[in-house]
Design a protein around this ligand. Structure first.
Ligand code: CA
Ligand code: CA
Ligand code: CA
Ligand code: CA
Length: 288
């Protein structure tokens, strides 16, 4: 799949130097609150990744939480697959990081996902997730990024509702059921959509182009539906430019000010950090 021999060799060498967990899963914890990926990323391409959010309200409030991309010209959206690097030990184990050197297999961009769990009070907490995209190609990169969430409040998918909340810096949904509430925030997002499972997931995993259409909220309680929601951003990055995509969700608490988040971390993108800028221009494959 990888058409860059030099990059592949370097990735292999770095992987040997920093062996990955056998199942490529892990979690971050702060106080009594834990966020983690529970499914081998290798099985996620074309779908999404199971996740847990525990210690904030009763049970596990989260079924899936994952990211998708579509580069201009692609004929469908793609899930981010197995990362090249993983780290769940940053900031005392409350911050983790996944890196992809070339998630599209075309050399167009690299990606770094930072995620942070924060206990805000006993049995309350939030999770920040920041996806950082760097244009590693030779031309402008126009890319759509999607963040998909399947939250199940009170540990069950039944009777969850959602309404839009005014937020000048974000698209914000307030989820609730009889036992819990949860904010879901996409900062600077262009569009959102909410549907019952698995209409939205089908759109993000089928073989055609879909854009979110700003529908689905209010999501009615009592419908028996299983709430799922997503945010979409469309951005154009110049050569070498980096763009951040930030989301936050929480449980039984208001969202924190995003400036309090430890992600994104300051500093250069993953390829720049590795001194690989320009290497990705070799062996470009035609677009899918
Ligand atoms: Ca779960
Ligand atoms: Ca529920
Ligand atoms: Ca699609
Ligand atoms: Ca749900």
């Amino acid at each position: 799949m990888n058409s860059f021999p030099g990059l592949k060799t370097l990735v292999l060498a770095l992987s040997v130097a920093c062996p990955l967990p056998a199942l490529a899963i892990g979690s971050v914890t702060n106080g009594g609150v834990t966020f983690g990926y529970t499914q081998d990323f290798g099985t996620s391409r074309g779908n999404t990744v199971n996740a847990d959010f525990t210690g904030a309200a009763a049970g596990d409030q989260l079924y899936e939480s994952w990211w998708f991309f579509r580069v201009q010209g692609d004929r469908q959206e793609f899930a981010f697959g197995t990362p090249d690097f993983e780290d769940y030990t940053l900031h005392g184990g409350s911050v983790g990081r996944l890196d992809w050197l070339d998630p599209s297999g075309t050399g167009d961009f690299s990606a770094r996902l930072g995620f942070e769990v924060r206990e805000t009070a006993p049995n309350q907490g939030v999770v920040f997730q920041n996806l950082q995209i760097t244009n590693t190609g030779l031309t402008d990169l126009t890319i759509d990024i999607f963040h998909y969430s399947d939250l199940d409040l009170g540990g069950s998918f039944g009777d969850d509702e959602a309404v839009l909340v005014s937020n000048p810096n974000a698209i914000e949904l307030a989820l609730s059921d009889s036992s819990a509430m949860a904010p879901l925030v996409g900062y600077q997002a262009d569009h959102y959509q909410a549907t019952t499972w698995r209409s939205l997931l089908n759109d993000l995993t089928d073989r055609n182009v879909d854009d979110l259409d700003d529908t689905g909220a209010p999501f009615a309680v009592g419908s028996g539906g299983d709430f799922t929601g997503a945010f979409q951003w469309t951005r154009t990055l110049g050569v070498g430019a980096t763009q951040n995509f930030l989301v936050q969700f929480g449980s039984d608490t208001a969202p924190l000010d995003p400036s309090m988040s430890l992600v994104p971390e300051p500093g250069p993108g993953v390829l720049a950090a590795l001194g690989l800028m320009g290497l990705a221009s070799y062996g470009r494959k035609p677009r899918r």
